[in-house]
Design a protein around this ligand. Structure first.
Ligand SMILES: [Zn+2]
Ligand SMILES: [Zn+2]
Length: 351
């Protein structure tokens, strides 16, 4: 089959690889109908954070959905022909962490995700087919009236954006600032709107991302206009937003988020930090009495509950899709997404 494989910094290719096969009786094989390039794929693309674990030939991609083509003998909840979406974390559903719905911390799989640096062990979703283990636990059936573009993001960036908003503890009437208007930030923004904030601000540098954030009801704050923390304070009567959602994952926006939030406010962070450590403005955080929540999304726990919100149009994740490419054109998809060319926000791939 065709799959997107990693060959070095800035070098992913569509190559022919062996077809995946059922290994355990609890596996299914999916024929992938849609996959996508995620911002965290770009860390791998740049060779960041993985060190020796970034292996040549690893199968890329952890955002995918498809149709069950084969099911192991022990699989009960899905059958051949079912259309399903799968979370990005590979989890067993039965260990202590999974029983606490912390599927991102699964001890059976060692906190694995599909593809990327785990791509030799758990194939990636930027491919024609994929083996999905623990199928009864991982597969979420998708109703026929939901398009791939609306359903796919339940497995990662919509659940991540929602977690970010939920962790922010937004109350009706609050002011909320979202740092980063990329795919996760835009879906965190959509999710934040469900909690009834009076004002939402979107902080980014890229004009076309800010324009879409405005369509989602946000007031744009361009990084080109100076210190965003200062700007957000002046926009909120000198106080700062009640809640700041950090969706970038770098030291600068993280620090600015802490500087921006009002005293007693909440900073919720879901940006993927690839550096092992960074400076933390401890004194400011301490004297502000702020609450900080951060972490990788346990997407499995959110897929079932968020799907009805997507079906009823309360969340419209497909609106961030800007490009739909053939799978073989994924290298170009990575390049334009990485360089923010051609107004790219979210690149979808169709095998
Ligand atoms: Zn992702
Ligand atoms: Zn587990």
């Amino acid at each position: 089959m065709k799959a997107i494989t990693f060959h070095g910094v800035g070098d992913v290719r569509a190559t022919d690889v062996a077809d995946p096969r059922l290994v355990d009786a609890t596996d299914v094989l999916l024929r992938i109908t849609t996959s996508a390039v995620c911002g965290s794929d770009l860390h791998q693309y740049h060779g960041r954070g993985g060190g020796a674990l970034v292996q040549t030939g690893a199968l890329m991609g952890h955002e995918f959905m498809g149709v069950v083509e084969e099911a192991g003998a022990a699989v009960r909840s899905v059958q051949v022909g079912d259309r399903v979406v799968v979370p990005f974390n590979v989890s067993c559903g039965q260990c202590d962490a999974c029983r606490q719905r912390l599927t991102s911390q699964c001890s059976t799989t060692g906190r694995a995700v599909f593809g990327g640096r785990f791509g030799h062990l758990w194939g990636g979703g930027q491919a024609e087919r994929i083996r999905v283990p623990f199928a009864d636990h991982l597969c979420e059936k998708v109703p026929a009236d939901l398009s791939d573009d609306d359903a796919l993001f339940l497995g990662d960036i919509l659940s991540t954006g929602y977690l970010c908003a939920e962790n922010g503890g937004i109350r009706p009437g609050d002011s909320v600032a979202v740092f980063g208007a990329g795919p996760v930030g835009l879906l965190a923004l959509q999710s934040a709107q469900l909690f009834g904030p009076a004002r939402v601000f979107a902080v980014d540098r890229v004009d076309y991302r800010l324009a879409l954030a405005e369509e989602f009801g946000a007031e744009p704050v361009s990084l080109d206009a100076g210190d965003p923390a200062e700007r957000l304070r002046s926009l909120t009567g000198g106080r700062g937003p009640d809640v700041v959602l950090e969706c970038v994952g770098h030291e600068t926006p993280f620090t600015q988020a802490i500087q921006a939030v009002r005293a007693g406010g909440v900073v919720s962070s879901v940006g993927v930090y690839v550096e092992p450590s960074m400076a933390f403005p401890a004194r400011e955080a301490f004297f502000k009495d702020l609450t900080l929540k951060m972490g990788i999304c346990n997407a499995r726990a959110f897929m079932t509950v968020l799907m009805p919100l997507v079906r009823r149009g309360k969340l419209r994740p497909a609106r961030i899709v800007t490009h739909t490419l053939a799978l073989k054109d994924a290298p170009r998809g990575y390049a334009i997404f990485d360089a923010k060319q051609d107004r790219a926000i979210k690149v979808m791939l169709k095998p």
